[in-house]
Design a protein around this ligand. Structure first.
Ligand code: ADP
Ligand code: MG
Length: 695
């Protein structure tokens, strides 16, 4: 049977409809799909030893002769053993297979086989358990570097490897080449055919490395071509010329800007008067003072008689920003409004009318800012705060709100992103990094404690409050978990997920009857939430019990103690964000991570947090320990999923691919050349959520 990449897997002998369904679960329906389904690891099954020389701690291949007819015994229901003796020149091996009755029919006395597995010593002889085997000379599953694929129930690795072997042997002819020849030569990349063959069945690990390098490059190249294309399109966007100087603005601030704030403001000022639409990211650690930089943008906009919209990810933050910015900018005659989901009725009507007529200069809000029915008189600048929650797609959507000339876009992120990821997530933006904190901050002291220190910790809470400070206590979830143990059990049993409401009540009634305790969580009505937060910010509450709603951006300088319950359940970067809620004023601040986890890895993660206050370093560590998933969130970033590249390991290649992609897009922005046709198709497929890419 002639096979091609389009051949359906169910046309192959041995793949019926049932197996076909299971393969489909892995995204495999044609031979071509198999070529794209990459091994997750490899087993080196090349080395062959005699029984005598076999290492005792790692698997290897041994060539042996079956010395008897296999025997089967049924130990008990659900457990059968097939045993057989085999020999080579150096000894005898007793081989045992569990629950694989068919093996009795397959292994024939007097025939030679290669077994792959660990050879254990057993007195004077040897033993193997459940080895892989095949007839001498077959070289299908032994005597080679064996690919190990991601699997699903009912599909064995041998089956998948066998099918892929056929795809590699018979379907590689005419495989189209995505990478332009020049790029391949310049970066010394192998051909696509070689790469596909050797990523599945490498002759050596050197060949595998060559193949992998090419595929990683290709993937990153296609991705960065798309990003370069996005950036290029933005850069073509004409922008209103807005002028204003950081110095003049600085006079409005109650403090002297830090060097980093000043640099960011200068970057912004330069973008705004360039005649091109600004697309800038300000990336700064928690507490680095990004709000002042945002205020600078709003100030320039107002000075040039265009409107500015500042979008925050939560109502809480929007409200806080509205307060801060209004205090800062109102003295300069700038009119500030607030628009969130909970602004309703006549209040909402008023805001909408003021926006449309131009009576508001700065509107602060949530996504509501860009919903239908919100019209601006002349929107000149969009600022998105804590933007890691907004993806490429959202950025594109909000840019559309302002008629013919795109507004300038400024995004602020307090989540330090490892450099590698920043190149990708923000590949379409210019970046200013704020790597300096305002002066006079003492680093937050961080501690890890177990349940046994809980009472002492409560004592510390009382002490802080007695000194006039305020305290956050953060719990992982608002859901009351069914198996919440009786709290305060004399046994001191570790508490499970703390439910905010219950916990706050218990703290109030049983631990801190003398303190003023409030709580917020995501399920509270916005008005209630706002009231509690305002109470905490105004000093009417001593302790705020909450979920991670306080994670981003909330600013209460008098708070000096952050307690995180069940700390092991949070990501490092998230904990760093939480910790950033304290240490914002002049008081020595503390972060206490409570955990009853005994897992050494969990503790190691938490210790990384005690070791440094540098968010970028913590982000790198988080990436190393947990992979990029957390930074990418639930694909909210709007960027495509990658298959081969590993962000922690492939930084250098990413840089290479990116510069190659930028050069290519500069020379052929629309990918019009015929030699770029396939590349263009690939970019389009990868960015199918951004359809406008090549229109
Ligand atoms: P973030 O970057 O986390 O958004 P904020 O803008 O909320 O940080 O600033 C954190 C705190 O630092 C605020 O209380 C703010 O008033 C203060 N702050 C900002 N810049 C300076 C500065 N240059 N000097 C002193 N304090 C500053
Ligand atoms: Mg902020």
């Amino acid at each position: 049977m002639e096979l091609s990449r389009d051949t359906s897997l169910t046309d192959l002998p041995g793949v019926g409809p049932a197996r076909g369904k299971k393969l489909e679960k892995l995204g495999l329906s044609t031979m071509g799909d198999l070529l794209d389904h990459l091994p997750q690891r490899y087993e080196d099954r090349r080395g062959s030893c005699s029984l005598q020389d076999a290492p005792s701690d790692q698997p290897c291949c041994v060539s042996v002769l079956i010395a008897e007819t296999p025997r089967i015994s049924y130990v008990r229901r659900g457990l059968s053993l097939v045993k057989v003796k085999a020999v080579d020149d150096t000894g005898t091996v007793n081989v045992t297979f569990f629950n694989q009755d068919y093996i009795r029919e397959v292994l024939h006395r007097g025939d030679s086989y290669v077994f792959y597995g660990v050879v254990e010593r057993q007195g004077g002889s040897y033993a193997m358990t459940n080895p892989v085997f095949e007839r001498e000379g077959a070289q299908r599953t032994t005597g080679l570097i064996m690919p190990v694929y991601p699997l699903t129930a009912g599909i064995s690795n041998n089956l998948l490897a066998g099918l892929t072997r056929r795809a590699v042997d018979e379907c590689l002819d005419g495989l189209p080449e995505v990478l332009p020849g020049q790029v391949r030569r310049e970066h010394q990349l192998c051909q696509t055919r070689y790469a596909r063959k050797n990523i599945h069945y490498p002759g050596s690990f050197e060949e595998l490395a060559i193949a992998r390098r090419r595929l990683v490059f290709e993937e990153l190249f296609v991705l960065t071509c798309g990003l370069a294309r996005l950036k290029d399109r933005r850069a073509q966007g004409e922008g209103r010329i807005l002028t204003g100087s950081p110095d003049e603005f600085a006079a409005l601030l109650p403090f002297a800007p830090t060097g980093a704030q000043r640099r960011a403001m200068e970057d912004i000022a330069a973008d705004l008067c360039s005649g091109r639409a600004m697309n800038r990211l300000v990336q700064g650690d928690v507490g680095s003072g990004k709000t002042a930089v945002a205020a600078f943008g709003a100030w320039i906009a107002a000075k040039n008689a265009v409107q500015c919209a500042l979008m925050a990810p939560t109502e809480l933050l929007a409200e806080q920003h509205a307060r801060t910015l209004s205090a800062l900018l109102a003295p300069a005659g700038i009119r500030v409004g607030l628009l969130t989901g909970s602004v309703k009725g006549s209040a909402k009507k008023e805001v909408l009318a003021a926006l449309a007529s131009g009576d508001l200069d700065l509107i602060v809000g949530t996504h509501a800012l860009f919903s239908l029915g919100v019209d601006y008189r002349d929107l000149g600048l969009v600022i998105a705060d804590e933007q890691h929650r907004f993806g490429v797609a959202q950025r594109a959507a909000l840019a559309e709100k302002s008629g013919s000339v795109s507004p300038h876009v400024l995004v602020m992120s307090a989540t330090p992103i490892p450099r590698t990821l920043a190149l990708i997530i923000y590949g379409d933006l210019d970046v200013s990094v704020m790597d300096e904190l305002p002066p006079g901050r003492t680093p937050v002291s961080t501690f890890i404690i177990g349940e046994n220190k809980r009472q002492r910790m409560y004592g510390f809470v009382r002490k802080q409050v007695a000194e006039g400070r305020q305290v956050y206590i953060v719990c992982p979830s608002v859901e009351e978990s069914g198996d919440l143990p009786e709290w305060g059990e004399p046994s001191g049993a570790p508490m499970d997920l703390k439910a905010v409401t219950t916990y706050a009540k218990q703290l109030q009634e049983e631990v801190f009857p003398e303190l003023r305790i409030g709580f917020v969580h995501g399920k509270l009505r916005p008005k209630e939430k706002e009231a509690v937060m305002a109470g905490f910010a105004g000093g009417e509450l001593d302790v705020l019990v909450s979920t991670t709603v306080v994670e981003v951006g909330v600013d209460v300088p008098n708070a000096s103690l952050m307690i995180v319950e069940n700390a092991e359940r949070f990501g490092l970067s998230q904990l760093h964000q939480l910790r950033g809620r304290v240490g914002r004023g002049k008081h020595q601040s503390y972060c206490v991570l409570v955990t009853s986890s005994r897992s050494e890895t969990a503790r190691e993660r938490l210790r990384a947090l005690c070791a440094t206050n540098d968010g970028f370093q913590i982000a790198e560590e988080d990436l190393r320990l947990r992979g990029p998933g957390d930074f990418f969130g639930k694909r909210q970033h709007g960027l495509p999923q990658l298959k081969v590249a590993d962000f922690a390991a492939d930084i250098e290649l990413l840089k290479e691919a990116r510069s190659a992609a930028e050069a290519l897009i500069a020379s052929d922005p629309e990918l019009r050349k015929s030699s770029h046709r396939l590349l263009k198709r690939r970019v389009r497929e990868l960015f199918k959520d951004n359809e406008e890419l090549f229109n």
